[in-house]
Design a protein around this ligand. Structure first.
Ligand code: NAI
Ligand code: MG
Length: 394
């Protein structure tokens, strides 16, 4: 097989150490690849006015395979205030580079698996009928539409007159018609049928391939009739091709309640961009939280893999780093699955399972300690020690 080139984008804060650790694990499992570094994140915003420089886009355009750590992102005004003085007032507007990357490469399918590891003290438990407790194993795959909806960026504070006029054609806009411009903010939720169909098709394909019994659409069609309604409609159409897989539908709010009641009942979940983001964080919280949350952003001809956590600025200056590298390592496993190296991915996941079950090497989050410089003296393993333990079990 031809050697692959992976574009590595460490980004900011803890993105840097965790990405380095994932590369060590990929080496240890015998994955043969060349890695090229690409710039992304806050320092490129400050110094170049662009957190996702063109040279990074070009590298991804060439190699079509990326491994991404995390970036720091800040609201518009704060971002503008930190821009290098010589770049100010030149029309630079801050956009999240990861959102930009998803849109530029149409990485429209986001997969976020949430699976418990046996022996993880962070696993969800609930009270059983006899007053004891039980620990249901969760195994859910969340498919999040990744490029549209509320994240598409079509939004205004003080919408221009033609936009106001267009909104005015909707009878339900009447009660906002007299709100002064600066008092009015509008963020649009745009869904396309193609994108709905594609995310639903990927969800069902995954369910079939891995033997999940159900696909649950998690939207809110009773209120958000047009967009959520379109997602539900497309899911039902795709479901016709999969008579052996049940199609369920839940509202996002109800789902957030149910997920701590009977999370083991869910298999594949499919949702639009915002609700997919919400429900995936909800499930991630049942299986260890951000230190375990991994994800894939997949388009027709490009894919980028990343932990769902951010740059954790609180911990970025700690030396040695103490954050959990497992979310990043599991994201690298998803890259391996994507390039048909699933045996290697399984070897790494099994090694992680052993480290967790063994319980001797635990980062501060798994030990339920407060993160900080004292964590190590209280028995927490460093980022590197956790990685070493994983490598030792491969
Ligand atoms: P965060 O995910 O960076 O951190 C929140 C908290 O979660 C941390 O303080 C820490 O307690 C815990 N945590 C995160 N990753 C961990 C790990 N690997 N091991 C152990 N504990 C971990 O989210 P926060 O603080 O809301 O955002 C910080 C920055 O990251 C912001 O600028 C935000 O915009 C950005 N961000 C970037 C993302 C990305 O790059 N995809 C995603 C989420 C946030
Ligand atoms: Mg999120």
């Amino acid at each position: 097989m031809a050697k692959r080139t992976v574009v590595t984008m460490p980004g900011d804060g803890i993105g840097k150490p965790v990405l380095e650790e994932a590369l060590r694990v990929l080496d240890a499992v015998g994955f043969e690849a060349d890695y090229v570094h690409a710039d992304i994140g806050w320092e490129y915003w400050i110094n170049e006015g662009n957190a996702l420089p063109d040279r990074t886009i070009e590298l991804l355009e060439k190699h079509r395979l990326g491994l991404f750590g995390a970036i720091t992102s800040k609201p518009k005004d704060k971002a503008a205030a930190e821009l290098a003085p010589e770049l100010r007032d030149k029309g630079h507007v801050y956009y999240s580079p990861i959102v930009g990357m998803r849109q530029h490469f149409n990485l429209d399918v986001c997969l976020r698996p949430c699976r418990s590891f046996k022996g993880n003290p962070l696993n969800f438990i609930r009270q059983s009928k006899d007053g004891g407790f039980e620990e249901p194993m969760v195994d859910v795959a969340i498919f999040r539409q990744n490029t549209e909806g509320l994240y598409a960026g079509v939004e205004w504070t003080d919408p221009p007159p033609n936009v106001r006029a267009a909104l005015g054609t909707h009878k339900k806009f009447a009660r906002f018609a007299d709100v002064p411009g600066e008092e009015l903010a509008v963020s649009t939720r745009i869904f396309t049928r193609n994108a709905c169909r594609r995310i639903c098709e990927e969800a069902f394909k995954h369910a079939k391939k891995f033997g999940y019994k159900s696909v649950t659409v998690c939207e809110k069609p009773n209120v958000i009739r047009e967009t959520s309604g379109m997602m539900e409609f497309e899911a039902a159409k795709v479901a016709e091709k999969y008579p052996d897989i049940d199609l369920w539908s839940t509202n996002i709010d109800a789902q957030m309640m149910w997920l701590t009641k009977n999370p083991e009942d869910y298999g594949v979940i499919v949702a639009g961009n915002m609700f997919g983001d919400i429900v995936s964080d909800g499930f991630a919280g049942l299986v260890g939280g951000l230190g375990f949350a991994n994800s894939a952003n997949v388009g027709a001809d490009c894919a980028v893999f990343e932990p769902t956590h951010g740059s954790a600025p609180k911990y970025e200056k700690l030396d040695p780093p103490i954050v959990n590298p497992i979310a990043m390592i599991l994201s690298a496993c998803m890259l391996l699955d994507h390039v048909d190296e699933s045996e290697k991915a399984t070897a790494i996941r099994d090694a992680i399972a052993k480290v967790i079950a063994d319980g001797k090497t635990r980062s501060y989050d798994v030990m339920k300690l407060r993160g900080g410089p004292d964590a190590i003296s209280q028995g927490a393993a460093t980022t590197t020690q956790v990685t070493d333990a994983v490598i030792g079990n491969i």
